[in-house]
Design a protein around this ligand. Structure first.
Ligand code: ARG
Length: 573
């Protein structure tokens, strides 16, 4: 990473003023006319020392001028230290990065373990587009951690416990259609769940007395079946296991298409039996107390319920049991939970209880914004859910139409593979390119965009690089130089955009914001396209070897960065 490589100078400069000073990192300049990187340290120091920032910055310049990578160092404005990096030095760094794109990252996580809890759908329901964000964001987050040297445990904490299963069992007994279940298990389970809701939702004072009575009976039966299941009743257990297994099979097929894999798929059910011990421990430690029959933990204004009045364990209790399990199994330094932002309060409370309980790991909630439909929220009950498989199929079909038209000469199997990568990638990238915290309104056109800042745009840029390299290998001309020369401004611009990708990875990881990486990759692809359209490579005599070195570097570095975003680079499309 460039700022890390310049750090020796920054440290020496800072130490010359104050041996204990914190050193600000160097940041890219907003305007390339002012140089490549700037250092704003003089402002902070000048304030503390009551000195003139410009004069102070002047005194710091020699430390940078001595750095082999710095071609020019100057003070600008009221006290910015602006650095212009040497072309030759940049070219050498780029050659190193191309040889090992992953090595350019600061291994901040070396020797440390992180558990990333993501995707985590509730079984017996279809995966719909609402599950997409946790899956995409969580997946990229696992890649980013791994890139920074962390040992990563990818954990799919599936919702497979609690009252929904009692309801499902009652609905199964009342209304099941076995042929439908055989043909489309999750579809049938979802229908049964909705049916139960419709039949058992008469509120007191609404509907006929018969409907109310019936509603009450169904709800009581559901509670009874849930309790039986949790006590280990053989029939309920077998039904539940089947519902769960069929759901997981369907999810697995979606994960495969999305290129997502997990190290651990443990459901809430796994932790259910451990919750009693957790509650007892909290009580014994004085962290929890009994209040009106329930067990609660007081957290200032907030109250966290760990056991309900009827003895049932809460979501918080399961999460606490799960923390205990993970700590025992992996001793992670960090645990990240990727869910929508509406669960934020749950996580804040649960983290606070876990800390009091002695958990020392860094607990992080990565809450993301809602995915809304143009006409409001999506709900199984309303029947307006967009299934994830349908979205992927639609995207792939649209990509296929483009591929068939533009690449008609490719063999059928290759066209199918390209369409799959482009379609699934387009959906993924549209999701990743947004700031995770912002709400997004689902828009078919946007999701399936094949131009602009989209996956196809990025994949095309890299495929162009691959194509030049293929032609170069075949035309018998001189091969790539070891290091590029960066004689033309567009070459330099491309090199710098590629060299900045490790900073984008670092920033995305720090802020839990994959969009920062997406932005960096987009910039690099734009720079590549400008280079590609303006400058000749293969037909050049003087610059061929040097430009080939640059194309080779772009190829390697982009494949790596696309991979971190979960996009499959294609050799041609
Ligand atoms: N299954 C939950 C849901 O769909 C998300 C679980 C998140 N992870 C956790 N450890 N609580 O809302």
């Amino acid at each position: 990473m460039i700022p890390a490589l310049l750090r020796t100078s920054a440290l020496a400069a800072a130490a010359s003023l104050d041996p204990d000073a914190d050193v600000d990192v160097l940041v890219p300049t907003n305007n390339p006319a002012h140089g490549d990187y700037q250092w704003n340290f003089a402002f902070r120091m000048a304030r503390a020392r009551k000195e003139n920032p410009r004069a102070l910055a002047e005194r710091l310049l020699p430390f940078f001028a001595a750095h082999p990578g710095v071609a020019a160092a100057e003070v600008a404005g009221a006290g910015f230290v602006n650095l212009r990096l040497s072309d030759a030095w940049l070219a050498e760094r780029l050659a190193e990065q191309a040889a090992a794109p992953g090595a350019a990252l600061t291994p901040a996580g070396a020797g440390k373990t992180v558990v990333v809890d993501f995707s985590s759908p509730n079984v017996a329901k279809r995966m719909h587009v609402g599950h997409m964000r946790s899956t995409h964001l969580g997946h990229v987050l696992t890649n980013l951690h791994a890139a920074a040297g962390w040992k990563v445990i990818r954990d799919n904490h599936i919702g497979d416990w609690g009252t929904p299963f009692g309801k499902l069992i009652v609905a199964w007994d009342e209304w099941r259609d076995e042929a439908a279940y055989a043909a489309d298990p999750v579809g049938e389970l979802e229908r049964l769940y909705v049916k139960f809701g419709d039949e058992a939702s008469a509120k007191p004072g609404e509907g006929t007395p018969e409907a109310q009575e019936r509603s009450r009976i169904l709800q009581d039966r559901a509670r009874e079946e849930t309790a039986k299941l949790q006590r280990g009743d053989a029939r309920n257990r077998a039904l539940w296991e089947d519902f769960r297994a069929r759901s997981l099979e369907e999810y697995e097929a979606v994960y495969q298409r999305m290129g997502v894999r997990f190290d651990e798929v443990l459901g809430e059910s796994e932790y259910g039996p451990m919750t009693d011990a957790v509650v007892e421990e909290l009580l014994a430690a004085g962290t929890a107390e009994t209040s009106e029959g329930a067990v609660i933990v007081r957290l200032g204004e907030q109250v966290s319920v760990v056991r309900k009045k009827d003895g049932a364990a809460t979501y918080t209790a399961t999460d606490l049991a799960c923390v205990k399990y993970r700590v025992r199994r992996w001793s992670p330094e960090r645990m990240v939970y990727v869910t929508d932002a509406r669960q934020h309060q749950h996580f804040m409370n649960f983290f606070a209880v876990a800390k009091r309980w002695g958990c020392t790991a860094d607990l992080v909630h990565m809450g993301f914004g809602m995915l809304k439909l143009p006409d409001g929220a999506m709900s199984t009950r309303k029947g307006n859910v967009i299934r994830l498989v349908d979205l992927l199929d639609e995207a792939v079909a649209r990509a296929r139409a483009v591929v068939d038209e533009k690449s008609a000469s490719f063999p059928e199997a290759e066209r199918a593979a390209i369409a799959e990568a482009v379609g699934v990638g387009a959906v993924r990238y549209q999701d990743l390119v947004q700031a995770p915290t912002s709400d997004i309104t689902f828009d078919w056109k946007k999701m399936l965009a094949m131009d602009g800042n989209s996956a196809p745009y990025l994949l095309y840029a890299r495929a162009r690089a691959a194509s030049i390299l293929r032609k170069a290998a075949a035309d018998g001309g001189p091969g790539a130089a070891a290091v590029a020369t960066l004689a033309h401004p567009l070459e330099r611009e491309l090199a710098l955009a590629l060299l900045r990708l490790p900073e984008a990875v670092d920033g995305a990881l720090r802020a839990s914001a994959p969009n920062l990486l997406a932005e960096g990759v987009y910039r690099a692809c734009e720079a590549f396209n400008r280079f590609y359209f303006e400058l000749k490579v293969l037909d050049e005599v003087e610059h061929r070897a040097s430009r080939l070195a640059l194309v080779l570097a772009a190829d390697r570095v982009l494949v790596h960065a696309l991979g971190l975003l979960g996009l499959r680079a294609l050799d041609r499309l």
